[in-house]
Write a new protein. Structure first.
Length: 216
């Protein structure tokens, strides 16, 4: 999907995954219903994503492949959201978050490998620089640790899947800040800063909603 969609649009669709998760949780979990404050927080977060994303690229919707890419990314959000809900539903089964992380990474990687062999020729790894292998190992460690932490949090009885997923709005914020620090041709601009402030407001609103619910 990312191959056929511009960076701006893909950032918006992927970044709006907390909205999909919240809707799926609302429809499938009896104790994770949307409240007006939560809805406002989610919508604010998506607006912030839009601000950040459209500064990074234009929208190009001039082919059927674009809409096919959008469809794939939306389906990815729905499947990912349902997977989060399923983890919550299986809390009582006492499944190890590390086993879940291992299974997710292994079978996901296996599926990608099979699909890539159908559409691409195998790559010769000879002669590649050391930085390539270092990046490969680093990118293997990140999902292993991140998925383990994520599933560990989802397994906690006090954690609601919709409230936890709101924090995914932090991802584009950290992406912006890291790009400003690490890339020479990247610098802060007012559109991205406004988007970041909107996302911060969304997270604050979500926290108010959470604290209000705990008080009740």
């Amino acid at each position: 999907g990312l191959q056929y969609v511009s960076g701006a649009v893909s950032s918006i669709i992927v970044g709006s995954s907390p909205l999909f998760v919240a809707l799926i949780a609302h429809l499938t979990l009896h104790n994770d219903k949307l409240t007006p404050m939560m809805i406002a927080s989610l919508l604010l977060g998506v607006v912030g994503i839009v601000f950040i994303s459209f500064e990074g690229g234009a929208v190009a919707a001039d082919s059927l492949l674009f809409y096919f890419g959008v469809l794939l990314l939306v389906v990815s959000n729905i499947v990912g959201g349902y997977a989060n809900v399923m983890v919550v539903k299986k809390r009582s089964a006492d499944i190890s978050p590390y086993a879940l992380a291992m299974a997710a990474n292994f079978f996901g990687g296996l599926m990608l490998l099979v699909i890539s062999l159908v559409f691409e020729q195998p790559t010769n790894f000879d002669g590649l620089p050391l930085e390539f292998y270092a990046s490969l190992i680093w990118l293997a460690i990140i999902p292993a640790v991140a998925f383990s932490l994520w599933y560990g949090l989802l397994n906690k009885p006090s954690v609601k899947v919709s409230e936890l997923n709101v924090w995914k709005f932090v991802i584009p914020v950290t992406g912006c800040i890291l790009s400003w620090i690490l890339l020479e041709d990247e610098s802060p601009d007012w559109v991205s800063i406004v988007g970041i402030l909107i996302i911060v407001a969304a997270l604050q609103l979500q926290q108010l909603s959470t604290n209000k619910g705990k008080t009740k």
